[in-house]
Design a protein. Structure first.
Length: 202
């Protein structure tokens, strides 16, 4: 599946479109770091979504996907991210370290490490993938988005108060579930976000 690449090359993941619940299919192809196609870099964690989890096996759960017509196994968190990010129809170009770098080739891994800064700088945007919805966390993300797009301070306050008083879920628990995620405990996210032209949180 992995063919050798040059010192100034990296691989792009071409994520094929698909509907919810269907098999994730993609291809990988080499690109020049100096003149790549437009792509999005993914910032995420390989392990389980939660830094503290009640399920000791969650971190090691894997899902089978298809790359270059071959089945491979990836961690659950990445599989959910790809399913979330793919389009219903058409392709999406991504850079995902676990797939775009041959993890079994130490020489290539060291070579790609030297390009990491450029890979994040050249990306159109970086997606910070916090993980799937948990304990109402999507409500917190929706609130953050709504507040960020609201210029009226009083209206912002009303938006927050409305969520605080919503009896359908525990606001504090939902808020806490965001910041208990293993993403925040990963040192690499600092450079991945710092070098990004634009960051989107998902």
């Amino acid at each position: 599946m992995y063919r050798p690449i040059g010192k100034n090359q990296f691989r792009i993941l071409v994520l094929e479109g698909g509907l919810h619940g269907t098999r994730i299919c993609c291809t990988i192809a080499p690109e020049s770091i100096d003149s790549p196609h437009n792509y999005t870099a993914l910032s995420y964690t390989w392990s389980s979504v939660l830094h503290v989890t009640d399920d000791p096996d969650a971190e090691f759960e894997k899902v089978e996907i298809e790359i270059n017509r071959r089945p491979i196994w990836i961690h659950m968190n990445l599989a959910v991210a790809l399913a979330h990010l793919r389009l219903p129809h058409g392709q999406r170009l991504l850079w995902v370290d676990a797939i775009c770098i041959n993890q079994s080739n130490a020489i290539e891994k060291n070579q790609q490490l030297l390009l990491m800064r450029k890979i994040y700088q050249r990306a159109e945007s970086v997606i910070s993938w916090l993980g799937w919805e948990y304990n109402g966390s999507s409500k917190i993300m929706d609130l953050v988005t709504a507040v960020a797009h609201e210029n009226n301070p009083e209206q912002r306050r009303k938006l927050v108060l409305h969520e605080l008083m919503d009896p359908r879920y525990d606001f504090r628990q939902a808020y806490d579930s965001i910041f208990r995620r293993s993403y925040w405990y990963r040192a690499w996210i600092i450079q991945e976000v710092y070098f990004a032209n634009k960051v989107n949180v998902a």
